[in-house]
Structure formats: C-alpha cells, structure tokens
Design a protein around this ligand. Sequence first.
Ligand SMILES: Cc1cc2nc3c(=O)[nH]c(=O)nc-3n(C[C@H](O)[C@H](O)[C@H](O)COP(=O)(O)OP(=O)(O)OC[C@H]3O[C@@H](n4cnc5c(N)ncnc54)[C@H](O)[C@@H]3O)c2cc1C
Length: 376
Amino acid sequence: MVSSALVVGGGIGGLSAALAFQQKGIDTTVVERQSDVHSSVFGVGIIQPMNALRALDIIGCAQDCIAEGYAAKRWGGLYSTDGHFIKEMPGTPVPGVDLPPMNGLTRPKLHEILTRHALEAGVTIRYATTFTELKDDGDGVDVTFTDGSTGRYDLVVGADGVYSKTREYVVEGEVAPYYIGQSAYRVNIPLLPEIDSIILQASPAGMAGLVPIGKDLAYLFYNAQMEKQAPDSGMDSAEKLREYLAPFGGFMGTIRDEFITDECDIVLRPEESLIVDAPWHKGRIVLMGDAVHAITPHLGQGAAQAIEDGVVLADSLSKHDNLEDAFAEYTDRRFERCKLVVDTSLDIAEWEMGRKPGYDNVAATEHVLEVMAQPL
Ligand SMILES: Cc1cc2nc3c(=O)[nH]c(=O)nc-3n(C[C@H](O)[C@H](O)[C@H](O)COP(=O)(O)OP(=O)(O)OC[C@H]3O[C@@H](n4cnc5c(N)ncnc54)[C@H](O)[C@@H]3O)c2cc1C
C-alpha cells in the first residue's frame, strides 16, 4: 500500500496528481523548481474541454474553474478566411455529466485554483526546489533535494514537463520532443459578444482563433509556420503577427486592426510533440503529462490529458496493493487515449501547413471529442 509520494513539477499535471493522491490518503509533496505559483505559469489562456472539466470535477476543482472562467454553450464554429460561416462544432456531451462543452480560463487562475485545493487537502508544495538524485531500492525511493535535504517516498512521479529530468530514470536512451514547424502566437483581448465559444478562422497559411477565457477577457491565437525562434529573438511580434493576420477579413480582420497594437503583450511559443512508448514507469518512478506526451495546441487537449493522467494514476494506485499492477493499469487506461490526441493534433497541424490537402479538421476534432467523452 502506498502512503507517501513525491511529485516532481508543480504544473497543471503535477498539481492535479498531488491533489488526487492526497484525496486518496497518500501523503504527497510537490517540488517545483520555479520560485512561486505564478512564475511556473506560462502562456495566456487555456481551453478546458469537457473531459478536462470531468477530471477536474473528480478532484473538486471544476466548479471553481467555471466560476472564474467562461463556460461556453458549444465547442465552437469554423469560418473562412474572409469571415463566412462554414461549420458548427457543437462538442460532445459526456453522458451523465452536467458540464459545459468548453470552459475558457486564464492559466494563472487555473494554477491558483489547483494550488489552493492542493494546499487545503494537505499537499506540501516546495518552490524553488528540485531533486539532485533519486535512488530506488525496491522498497522506496531515497531523494536528495537541491537544498541538501533528503526524503524517502513510496513512489516518485515525474510531472516535470516536456524536458523532464525524471524521465532519465525511467526511459533508456535519448528522448526529445520535436518542433513541428509551427509556433503559437497568443494575445489577450477584451471579450466581445461574438466570442461565445472557440471561433476558428482558417487561411491557406495558418489557423487563427478566438477563445473566451473570462467574463470580460478572450485571447486571439495564430498558429504560424516558421523556423523555431530563440526565446529572446527580439522579433517585433506585433508587427509580425499583423503580417500573418493580413489575409483575414471578417471578424478576425476587425480584431487585428483594432487590438493587435505595438503595446500588446504577445506570447510566442514553439509547438512541440512527443509520445513516449509504454511503459511509463520503472520500479517506483512513474511519468505523466508532457513528460510522456507533449501535445500541440490544435485540440486544446494537452493540459486535459495531464489532468486525466493524475486522476487515473491516483485511482489505479487506490485499487492495487502492488505498484507494478497499479502502474500497468494506469498505462493501459492512458496510452492509446493520449496517442490519439498527439497524433490527431499533429494531423491538424500538417493540414494547417498545407501538407494534408482535403483533411477534415472538423471531423477529426469531433472524433477526438467523442473518444474523450468515453469513460476515463
Ligand atoms: C502554446 C500552447 C498552448 C496550449 N494550449 C492549451 C490549451 O488551450 N488547452 C490544453 O489543455 N492544453 C494546452 N496546451 C498544452 C498544455 O499547456 C500542456 O500540455 C500542460 O501544461 C502540461 O502540463 P504538465 O504539468 O505535464 O507540464 P508543464 O505545464 O510543463 O509543467 C511542468 C512543471 O514542472 C516544473 N519543472 C520542470 N522541471 C522540473 C524539475 N527538474 N524539478 C522541479 N520542477 C520542474 C516546471 O517549472 C513546470 O511548472 C498548450 C501548449 C502550448 C505550447
């Protein structure tokens, strides 16, 4: 029986797992290398599909996310470059669950909600801390931390993102994500009445979109085909983003002209993809989230999958005395589901980059949402 756990990484996945563990009676500590809850947050807003909300509901966080965010009545709609309506995307209801098809939320708010619930449940969070060594002797894992302290845990969870250090203890050989050839622009704008769900506007050069993330806040995104930029490349993002959005008419054209100004805070993130072959564990160390499946943003499912990982891992641990059986159940329940999301997100990216002519991105999205609506 597991009674203590260390989670490496206090991101969306790590915090969800820690909360789920603590609720199952596992005394859990999180180490996060950043200095506080806010410095570990990157990006602007987050799309929470219904399956993310269902998983958050299990750990008691869905209603807070809905209260702080924007609960949409449908998934979204697809429009042409010049702004003509093409297709409705209603989303797929989860049977027996009364949750919206999509909730939009700012990332800082999601981190605050998960952190508050984790602390209230009794999780210990140690910021500005990571491990220097993990020693699994079969009965437990001895951990040495960067501040010189040590601890012993029944299991260690690597929730330390796409460049996971914990992964070296589980997976043999070099594993690295690859840059898919697109980067994501994100910029906050005021919520306008037309942004009542995910508004997608496609162009032959890339996909632009609008997502509501609060009572008066939305964000604009654009997936741009480009070489990977150095984080401090100093590029004039607003000017460049306006150039990328130049072909758009209709609503997106209006937003570009009115809101994409030189004063905007623009976030540019490379889109990286990774799926690590199973098993996702070795001995008493197990991986989750972006550490094993980095998902590009095309389906808004990356964080959703990390949250589901945490909930399923806690459930599997609570059902088995033997760790090996618990980890086997966890991987069985997670691997194919995550792979579908990784692969379909990549297909949509390829289509956006003009390499998959005729691909039906709406049908692909609906298929994934239907699979995600199935039991966890
Ligand atoms: C541009 C973009 C937009 C996205 N939009 C969406 C969206 O709308 N909806 C959605 O569901 N997903 C989205 N995603 C994906 C989502 O952000 C990730 O899948 C999700 O954050 C993964 O969570 P995680 O906890 O596994 O990893 P991370 O969020 O990367 O968290 C890892 C944490 O571990 C910490 N850490 C790293 N190394 C160590 C270490 N050695 N020791 C201690 N701590 C460490 C990091 O500081 C970080 O806090 C998007 C991704 C991108 C790039």
